[in-house]
Design a protein around this ligand. Structure first.
Ligand code: MRU
Length: 343
């Protein structure tokens, strides 16, 4: 058990949603203020806020903001606005999960909807922090002393309410003196690993060594890595894990080198309505994110930028949630964790 990180990517203050603008970290620490649903949706699309749980929390507050807009202007089309919000980023299921929970309040017959929507958004926010700390403990319990780990992208305080899923496990393992070495892959093209994960870990005085993604095989063959530890944007009913592009590459390499793969994610990231990774809408972002580097600009040169991939369940050693751990996930274990007969 460790204390939450001091980093808060999402704040609610003075009836405004305030997002720490992750586009400019770690160089600049700017706030991005949202007083409308559309501003929050823009913040999600533009990666001001990112990471599945943080996107879900932001969306929960955004529904409250949209409801207030509707209260002030009956012509404001809240239903269209909610559709727009859900599509702000298609892959992270926490977004639709949070909007659906808020919709239950919107459509019930009880009064005081505004107050309940805000209270519920704050509850989702607080619950995520508590869940992360539980996952941190569960994940750290799977690790031996002197473990060497590699994480990918940023599944830390910045991607959640403030402790992290994968980085929560790393924080907890560090506080239990179980870590020998932490590696972070830089995560092209947006550099979540280099810019965000390295900054977060250093802020908590956890040493971290950054690798380019292409160095993973060299790392596994020479450094006796024990675990790849990542978060997820959506875990399907059969245990397939959708996460930052490059995760599946790491899982395939991990199998070759006998490295274990841990996926830490709250149950809000589990989507029992999606049978397998083949059914997931993988977000393609602008080629400009790749072509922003210096290159020989030419009409014959383009770029393809899918930002997530699917790791088949059979490559995953453990899924760690706040409700418990599944080893070697499959459809039946997922059903029993989620207590459902789905699908
Ligand atoms: O494109 P991003 O930065 O939103 O991608 C984030 C990830 O892939 C994370 O690993 C995932 O959302 C889990 S965050 C706890």
């Amino acid at each position: 058990m460790s204390l939450p990180s001091s980093i808060s990517p999402i704040r609610w203050d003075n009836n405004q949603l305030i997002l720490l603008d992750q586009r400019y970290l770690p160089e600049k620490h700017d706030d991005f203020f949202c007083s409308t649903l559309e501003q929050a949706a823009r913040g999600i699309t533009d990666l001001v806020v990112r990471g599945a749980p943080a996107i879900g929390i932001t969306a929960a507050y955004a529904v409250y903001l949209g409801f207030m807009q509707h209260q002030q202007d009956q012509n404001y089309d809240l239903s269209a606005a909610l559709d727009h919000l859900i599509n702000a980023r298609p892959t992270a299921v926490n977004l639709a999960w949070a909007v659906d929970i808020q919709k239950l309040i919107l459509t019930d017959d009880e009064p005081a909807k505004a107050q309940r929507l805000l209270v519920n958004a704050k509850r989702i926010h607080q619950q995520d922090l508590e869940d992360n700390i539980k996952m941190g403990d569960f994940g750290a319990a799977l690790m031996e002393p002197a473990s060497r780990v590699l994480t990918h992208c940023n599944a830390g305080a910045l991607a959640t309410a403030g402790y992290g899923t994968a980085l929560g496990v790393i924080r907890s393992a560090w506080s239990e003196n179980k870590l020998d070495k932490v590696f972070a892959s830089e995560t092209r093209p947006w550099l979540q690993g280099l810019r965000l994960t390295a900054w977060e870990l250093a802020a908590d005085k956890i040493p971290v060594s950054v690798i380019v993604e292409g160095a993973a095989s060299s790392l596994f063959s020479r450094q006796q890595i024990d675990w790849v530890i990542v978060g997820s944007d959506r875990i399907c009913a059969n245990g397939d894990v959708v996460n930052k592009v490059g995760t599946c590459n790491l899982a395939i390499l991990a199998k070759h080198y006998g490295v274990k793969v841990m996926v830490a994610a709250p149950t809000s990231t589990i989507d029992m309505d999606t049978p397998s990774g083949a059914d997931v809408d993988i977000e393609n972002r602008s080629p400009d994110e790749i072509l922003a580097q210096k290159y020989a600009s030419n009409e014959l040169v383009s770029a393809w930028n899918p930002v997530f991939d699917v790791t088949p369940a059979e490559l995953v050693t453990a899924i760690v949630t706040e409700e418990g751990v599944i080893l070697q996930p499959d459809k039946h274990k997922m059903m029993s964790l989620m207590n459902t007969n789905h699908p």
